[in-house]
Design a protein around this ligand. Structure first.
Ligand code: GLU
Length: 289
């Protein structure tokens, strides 16, 4: 099958160095094998979307020579697809409605590695459509998958995550559902992204299995942290990468990914050399940024 990768930024702010590293890794992994690389704007979470951020991200990718194939896909225009999948899960009896408040869950749930573990309170109540929140029932679900950098990843979803939300109280489809629908609909063969999403992957694999979708290959690159040891993000005020520093920033991204140094004075030239030399096997224990 022809390689198809993607970069799927959430337009909650401009591109920072951490998201650039993910974009570069995913672009190189695709281009190294002559594959396609798509861009999807993950703006399904409309309350978190920042005006102008998506255009800014797209302009920045272009300025860095990270050109994509085909049309950019916008999650906010694909609600019908997510609702079809939610309806299928409902028909399969794989989801149920939940009326618990955040407060009730945090009072009664155990804290797991991914936040509070939902204790399944509403699982057998058979609540109707007047309740908006829908959860995926993970009873007995055990997921093992191979990550190309992180190795074998295994999770007992019931013990470590609990039944997770696929449709939110505000009626929006949750990231976990939208991403699985999109990766399948866009025939993505390879997901390359930051390791902050490593432990979301078992939930995504569980959804893929239930919906009958194929599971792509996964490669999670280490997360870039700042001098205080925090992940670069909007919350930690990571600065935007600047197109005028593209060459220097690309070199830093390649060094972070432990790829060989490149020569040449253009972003496109650096990326072409880096794609020819791309070796994800050396990424483990990435270099400090
Ligand atoms: N939208 C997510 C983010 O910006 C990435 C999702 C993904 O790559 O699956 O962190």
């Amino acid at each position: 099958m022809k390689y198809r990768g993607r970069f799927a930024p959430s337009p909650t702010g401009p591109l920072h160095f951490g998201s650039l590293v993910a974009a570069v890794a995913s672009w190189l992994d695709a281009r190294a094998v002559g594959g396609e690389w798509l861009v999807r704007i993950e703006d399904a979470d409309t309350p978190r979307t920042m005006e102008g951020a998506a255009d800014d991200i797209l302009r920045t990718l272009e300025a860095f020579g990270l050109h994509w194939d085909g049309e950019v896909v916008w999650q906010s225009r694909r609600t019908a697809l997510y609702e079809d999948a939610a309806a299928r899960l409902r028909t399969l009896g794989a989801t149920y409605r939940c009326k618990c408040s955040r407060r009730e869950i945090s009072d009664s749930g155990l804290l797991g590695p991914e936040g509070v573990i939902y204790p399944g309170t509403c699982r057998r109540l058979g609540l109707g459509a007047e309740v908006a929140t829908e959860r995926f029932d993970v009873s007995g679900t055990h997921v093992v998958f191979h990550d190309r950098v992180q190795g074998a990843i295994e999770q007992h979803l019931e013990r470590h995550v609990g039944d997770f939300v696929v449709k939110r109280r505000d009626g929006l489809h949750a990231y976990q559902l939208a991403v699985v629908v999109d990766d399948s609909d866009q025939a993505i063969t390879d997901v390359v992204r930051g390791a902050d999403l490593l432990w979301s992957t078992p939930r995504q694999v569980a959804l893929q299995r239930r919906l009958g979708y194929p599971t792509p290959r996964y490669l999670h690159v280490p997360v870039v942290i700042n001098e205080r040891g925090e992940k670069l993000s909007k919350q930690t005020r990571a600065p935007a990468v600047r197109p005028e520093d593209a060459i220097e920033t690309l070199r830093r991204a390649l060094a972070f990914l432990r790829q060989p140094a490149t020569q040449g004075g253009s972003a496109a030239g650096i990326l072409a050399q880096a794609a020819a030399a791309w070796d994800p096997a050396v990424i483990v224990g990435a270099a400090p940024a």
